[in-house]
Design a protein around this ligand. Sequence first.
Ligand SMILES: [Zn+2]
Length: 92
Amino acid sequence: MSQQCKNCKSFAINPHLHGREPAKDLDLCDVCYWRTRSKTKEDQAIINATVELYNDAVWALEEDYNLDGDVGRSLKKVVNAIEAHPHWKDLV
Ligand SMILES: [Zn+2]
């Protein structure tokens, strides 16, 4: 029986992965685990804004929503830059 995150109901609780400390906060998913460890509200605001930007960019690219060449290339650069961060997958 998998446990669900107490914050967001995600089942993505992987205490042995993503640099988590194995026995800490086992009722938090990997995303919420790291969100609770953000140092300041500013950090959290940056993370939230980046997740939002990333999701919008991926959505726009997938829908091909009125993108001309330059806009599409710029969005792709944003997505690539964000995905290049080693802990990015822990946040989305
Ligand atoms: Zn969660």
